[in-house]
Design a protein around this ligand. Structure first.
Ligand code: HXC
Length: 317
């Protein structure tokens, strides 16, 4: 960011301080933790937002918010933004509210102030009739804060319920999410997961081992395959984060902004599609099986079928 020069000597230190804070907030939990995030094949919270939204459309809110806790050494550890990036922007020109949890700051865990930032986004989305997209990467309630953090979840769950049926709520689970960090996404309308790097569980394998003596891997406990094949919690399982974000955008293009809008109608242009004739797909012998996906592709617009639960299909094929 270019250094802002102003004519007043008295105000210059304030602008310098603002600029320093802006730079600091971009670093989240610091360069070392960002490198660790990348080494795991994950993007940072800010990179995800930039990939999701139209270029230069993101307006960040609460960039300098910090937690208010003093216990368990938290008084000595502060990060601007407090582990969640919140704001609004556009996707294909349409307004959307976004929050993106930053695993580099206390494992993306939810503090009282972190929760307040998310609640603010949800309130604004309901007020302005726009969807909310949550990019979740969080170890759950910030353990050091105890009950204040749990109260923050209560505030979020309440907004999940109030927003249900009013504005679309979309969640992407993009890291090891535990505890309260999975209850809220599970209450939303559409849930995406990323294969191998995202997990949804009430608590991790180590605690399960301590409490129940059961050995279970993170994938078995709450990986994308478990939630797409067994529990049914997730609707979309994606190969990587880039694909996940692209599919969110595709889904977003199909849904209306709120309960009072109808979905966008697209004009149909015929001529350049090559569709198999439905008569050829469905065999005349009723005992002979056929691939239902060929029928779907024959009926819907070209390239428009958004497949849920790809892992299941991959295993069946
Ligand atoms: C504070 C946390 C944290 C948390 C992780 N961290 N979870 N800090 N509160 N909940 C911190 C770690 O201490 C560590 O800090 C950094 O984030 C990265 O975590 P790692 O453990 O090194 O990462 P990884 O090995 O990838 O494991 C991620 C994890 C694991 C699976 C999420 O951290 C974990 O199991 N965390 C606890 C999960 C949990 O039980 N949450 C439930 C909270 S109770 P340093 O400084 O070492 O880098 C809850 C109830 C809600 O949510 C009820 C609502 C009504």
């Amino acid at each position: 960011m270019a250094k802002r020069k102003i004519n007043s000597a008295a105000l210059q230190p304030k602008f310098d301080e603002l600029e320093r804070k802006n730079q600091e907030s971009l670093l989240g939990g610091g360069e070392k933790r960002i490198a660790q995030q990348h080494a795991k094949g994950k993007l940072t919270a800010r990179e995800r937002v930039m990939l999701l939204l139209d270029e230069d459309s993101f307006e960040e809110l609460g960039k300098f918010v910090m937690h208010r806790s003093k216990d368990f050494g938290l008084d000595k550890e502060h990060y601007l933004g407090d582990g969640v990036i919140t704001g609004y922007g556009t996707i294909q020109g349409r307004l959307v509210y976004v929050f993106s949890q930053d695993f580099t700051v206390f494992g993306g865990s939810l503090s009282e102030t972190h929760a307040e930032k998310i609640v603010k986004i949800m309130e604004l989305a309901m007020k302005n009739g726009a969807p909310v997209i949550g990019l979740n990467d969080s170890g759950g309630a910030r353990i050091q804060e105890g009950v204040v953090s749990l109260g923050g979840y209560a505030d979020i769950f309440y907004r999940n319920v109030m927003a249900s049926g009013v504005v679309p709520q979309i969640s992407a689970v993009m890291g090891p999410c535990a505890g309260g960090a999975v209850y809220s996404p599970a209450m939303t309308d559409f849930i995406f997961m990323v294969e191998n790097t995202s997990f949804m569980f009430v608590t991790g394998p180590n605690v399960v081992k301590t409490v129940t003596h059961e050995n279970v891997t993170a994938e078995e406990l709450g990986g994308a395959s478990t939630h797409s094949m067994k529990s049914g919690v997730t609707h979309f399982a994606c190969a990587n984060e880039a694909q996940c974000i692209n599919e969110i955008k595709q889904l977003f293009s199909y849904i209306p902004q709120n309960c009072e809008e109808v979905a966008r109608a697209l004009s149909y242009t015929s001529g350049n599609e090559s569709r198999p004739s439905l008569n050829e797909i469905i065999p005349s012998n009723p005992n002979q099986p056929y691939d239902m996906r060929d029928v779907i592709h024959g009926v819907v617009d070209d390239q428009s079928f958004l497949k849920c639960i790809k892992i299941l299909l991959k295993i069946l094929l």
